[in-house]
Every structure is written in structure tokens, then in C-alpha cells.
Write a protein that binds this ligand. Structure first.
Ligand code: GLN
Length: 378
């Protein structure tokens, strides 16, 4: 298996000293009160194995959080704490997929999904979404559902497209899952990072979906603490039971002190989450405006830490990988080529992804470098 594009570009950024707008992580220290809660828990709490399912207080806090924010009727018993959302996705696939089962994936596909589906013995069936709108056409999904179809992996809001699917698309997807008895593995790590007054509609809440949805979230994304690697799974016992069995032999459990701090964070008032969103929206607008003013064709970003730039429409020649290679070395900016998220290596369009979860000065400098590079290159 190749090294992930995130590690590859971050390594290049480290070597070259480039501004890293590739791998998606914020450059701030994170919320001071959560850091303090974690430090307190290290010094005064237990540092031994917590229960494999997660600390009781954290499981309760996760259930209460989704009750408050998404009106989901879930209890602590419906929650498993994992070592990041990636582990949750791995455990979900190991629990649900038997060799030969077909798994529907949407392209561009977040990089962990395909290798994990293959290792679980699954057979991928791809549905390709197209820029600039990345709409989910249900007839395209229906076209790949065969008798061996077992599950879909659905990322909403979607990385790397920055698309937040709407209720019409979700309702059609839910109806298809019910009609074909599919399990929906919903990677919703970006559910709080939504812009322009959008609210996240979890697929779990659609008719017939509660019994067949594995909903996955991430404290790292919610609180801008990506290194903490605290994920959560919400599912009814029929699905959560086997998933927890897979989790016990992947990581078994997750650092208790970080779990304690996350429990505290999830209970913070709604204004906290609104403020995080507003701040990221401002950063999105800042980078979008700076790049657009310099002649770049920037695609809309409805959520996530990312925006995409259409290189061909921006008048930049070369493949996305070639341009990312040149940008990191010549312009001093790391980006992610979207072709990395296609099994064939070919994307419909020449696009790169940039992370805007950075300080204003960093975004301004990165945009300036890219604009200057284009001027010099043309
Ligand atoms: N989710 C992060 C991104 O999209 C990458 C995480 C990782 O490197 N594994 O950039």
C-alpha cells in the first residue's frame, strides 16, 4: 500500500519548510479549557486502561450531545469511544463486511476507506460525484447496487469536496438503503464544521435508518484537536455489539484523560460550537477571497476545513500531482491533489484541496505565494 497523500505532503512540507495547507489540521493550540481538563485528568485521574467501550461519563456526554444538537434519541449504551474516527471506520467495516460483500463508496473517496474495505474482504463499487456541485444522483447509486451489496460508506459533510449533502439527497439515499437492506456507515466527523447557517441532518434520523446506521463522529474535528484521536460510534446494539468486538482487538481502549476532557467539552453550551463554526467560516472566506482576487477558480465550500481550487479553470497547466509537487517546492505551499482520492488515479477535473483552518497571516501569505508563483509560471 502507498503512503497516504496526507503523510506524503506533510513530510514534503517539513523538508521544504512550506506552509502546510495539505493535511487538515488547525494551527492553533486548541481550546484552553479542554487542554486544562485533559491536564487535570492526567494528574488526578486514572492513567490505566479504561473500559473498552469508553468511560461511562464520556459515553453519556456523547449521547447527550447528539440529543441536544441533532435531536437523536440515543443512550450511553448506544455509544462506543474509539481511538479516532479512522479506527471507528475500520471496526465498522470489520464488523459488517464478510468476504465478497459489496461496499458502495463515493468518489472522491477519503483515503482510508478503500484500503480498509479491501482488507475486510469487501468489494468496492464506486459512485463518482462531479465538480463543481458534487451532487449525489440517486440513480447513479442505484446503478451499482447488486445482490451482494451490504453497506455504503457515506461521508457527510464530505472530505475532500467540502460538500454538505442536503435533505433531498439524504432522503433518497435513506430510501435506497432501506429498499436494499444496506448498512450505512456514516463518517460525520465534519458535522459541526458547516457554514452559511447550515445544520447537519444525520442520516440516522431518516425513516428506517436508526436500525441500520453506524454514525461516526470525532472530537478532534469538533474541538480542533486532531492529535487527540478521540472518535465515537453511535449505533443500535445489533450493529454496535459486533463493532465493539472488532474494536477490542484493534486498540481495545482510548486514553482515559483525553476522554474525560472530551466529555467536558461536549457539554459546553451551543454558543461554543457556533463560535468555532463562525471562526472557520471567516477563514474560509479569507482564503477564498484572496485566491479569487488573484485569479484562482475556487469551488464553494459548504463545510469541513477545506476548499478546492480548479486548476484547469484557473489557467494552471499540469496534472494536480505535478502542480502540488511544484507548489510545495517552488511556491512554498503544500496542497492535496484530488486525484489521490480516485481508485483509478484519474479525477474528473484538475483540482487541489487547501486547508484554511489556519491563522489569518498564514492564509494571506499562502495565497500571496500561490498568486506570485502563477504570475512567474505564466
Ligand atoms: N483527515 C485529515 C485530512 O483530510 C487527514 C488525517 C490523516 O492524515 N490521517 O486532511
Amino acid at each position: 500500500m502507498p503512503t497516504t497523500i496526507f503523510e506524503e505532503m506533510s513530510a514534503l512540507a517539513r523538508v521544504t519548510g512550506a506552509i502546510n495547507l495539505g493535511q487538515g489540521f488547525p494551527d492553533g493550540p486548541g481550546p484552553a479549557d479542554l487542554l486544562q481538563a485533559a491536564a487535570d485528568a492526567v494528574l488526578t485521574g486514572s492513567n490505566q486502561y479504561p473500559p473498552s467501550m469508553g468511560l461511562a461519563e464520556t459515553r453519556r456526554a456523547v449521547a447527550a450531545h447528539y440529543q441536544a444538537h441533532q435531536d437523536l434519541d440515543l443512550q450511553a449504551d448506544d455509544v462506543l469511544i474509539t481511538s479516532g474516527a479512522t479506527e471507528a471506520i475500520a471496526a465498522a467495516l470489520l464488523a459488517v463486511i464478510s468476504p465478497g460483500d459489496e461496499v458502495i463508496l463515493f468518489e472522491p473517496t477519503y483515503d482510508a476507506y478503500l484500503p480498509l474495505v479491501l482488507r475486510a474482504g469487501g468489494v468496492p463499487r464506486f459512485v463518482t460525484l462531479r465538480p463543481p456541485h458534487w451532487r449525489l444522483a440517486i440513480e447513479d447509486v442505484a446503478a451499482v447496487v447488486g445482490p451482494r451489496a451490504r453497506a455504503i460508506v457515506f461521508n457527510n459533510p464530505m472530505n475532500p469536496t467540502a460538500r454538505a449533502f442536503d435533505r433531498t439527497e439524504l432522503a433518497a439515499l435513506a430510501a435506497l438503503c432501506v429498499a436494499h437492506d444496506l448498512v450505512a456507515i456514516c463518517d460525520e466527523v465534519w458535522e459541526h464544521v458547516l457554514f452559511d447557517n447550515r445544520r447537519h441532518p444525520p442520516l440516522f434520523a431518516f425513516e428506517g435508518m436508526a436500525e441500520r446506521t453506524i454514525k461516526i463522529g470525532s472530537a478532534g474535528k469538533i474541538f480542533a484537536l486532531t492529535g487527540w484521536k478521540i472518535g465515537f460510534v453511535l449505533a443500535r446494539p445489533r450493529l454496535l455489539g459486533p463493532l465493539a468486538r472488532a474494536h477490542q482487538f484493534l486498540t481495545f481502549s482510548t486514553p482515559p484523560n483525553l476522554q474525560a476532557a472530551v466529555a467536558f467539552g461536549l457539554g459546553k453550551p451551543p454558543a461554543t460550537f457556533d463560535a468555532i463554526r463562525a471562526d472557520l467560516q471567516r477563514s474560509r472566506d479569507r482564503l477564498t477571497d484572496a485566491l479569487a482576487a488573484g485569479g484562482f477558480a475556487v469551488l464553494p465550500s459548504e463545510g469541513t476545513y477545506f476548499l478546492c481550487v480548479d486548476l484547469a479553470a484557473s489557467g494552471v497547466a499540469g496534472t494536480d500531482r505535478e502542480v502540488c509537487g511544484r507548489w510545495v517546492r517552488e511556491a512554498g505551499v503544500a496542497a492535496i491533489p484530488l486525484s489521490a482520492f480516485y481508485a483509478s488515479g484519474h479525477a474528473p477535473g484538475v483540482l487541489v484541496r487547501l486547508c484554511f483552518a489556519k491563522a489569518d497571516a498564514v492564509l494571506d501569505e499562502a495565497a500571496e505565494r500561490l498568486i506570485q508563483w502563477c504570475r512567474a509560471a505564466s
